[in-house]
Design a protein around this ligand. Structure first.
Ligand code: URA
Length: 176
């Protein structure tokens, strides 16, 4: 990796997105979610902001965004034995504990969802519900969602995209 990729957005935000790992563009810029997935995530966040306004929920100006892994894995491939996740996740938990106003974490994709929920289930099993998790002294809602890269690979799957939007709406409602 060229540099570590820690976070972007406001640490005082009530809402945090946790992805998997920096990719090539993230590694080059030192910021999470700035490539294709990031542009898609930005559109999802814009839609969430509109939905929040419609239902009268306060939505943060700049949600906090980070990843489970802080460094781009070689060839963007995570290790089969999970030792990279094991090595990085204490940093993720410390990072999340440093967010004083955190209320909702959107777990973006399988790796984030499994890490945050201490689960080995697939993302299609984990998504569709909200789970309270402890982040230090805070009780926070964790909302697992499909990864943008997966949604981009299945652009024409209307049912999948409908599920994805239902999950994001659930995350907004969690901020109520
Ligand atoms: N970019 C990130 O920062 N994280 C992902 O999970 C995917 C792309």
């Amino acid at each position: 990796r060229t540099q570590t990729v820690f976070a972007k957005g406001d640490p005082l935000s009530t809402l945090c997105f946790v992805g998997e790992a920096p990719g090539e563009e993230e590694d080059a810029q030192g910021l999470p979610f700035v490539g294709d997935s990031g542009r898609f995530l930005d559109r999802q966040i814009a839609a969430m902001r509109e939905y929040a306004a419609r239902i009268g929920v306060e939505f943060p100006a700049s949600p906090y965004v980070c990843n489970v892994l802080k460094c781009r894995p070689p060839g963007n491939k995570l290790l089969k034995d999970g030792s990279d996740i094991a090595a990085c996740s204490p940093h993720l938990w410390a990072q999340l504990r440093s967010l004083p106003n955190l209320r909702v974490i959107v777990a973006v994709g399988r790796v984030a969802a499994q890490t945050l929920l201490s689960s080995e289930e697939t993302i299609s099993k984990l998504r569709g519900s909200i789970s309270p998790i402890a982040v230090g002294q805070l009780a926070v809602l964790c909302v697992p969602v499909y990864h943008p890269a997966y949604l981009l690979r299945r652009r024409n799957d209307k049912a999948l995209h409908a599920e994805a939007w239902a999950d994001l709406k659930r995350a907004v409602e969690g901020l109520r």
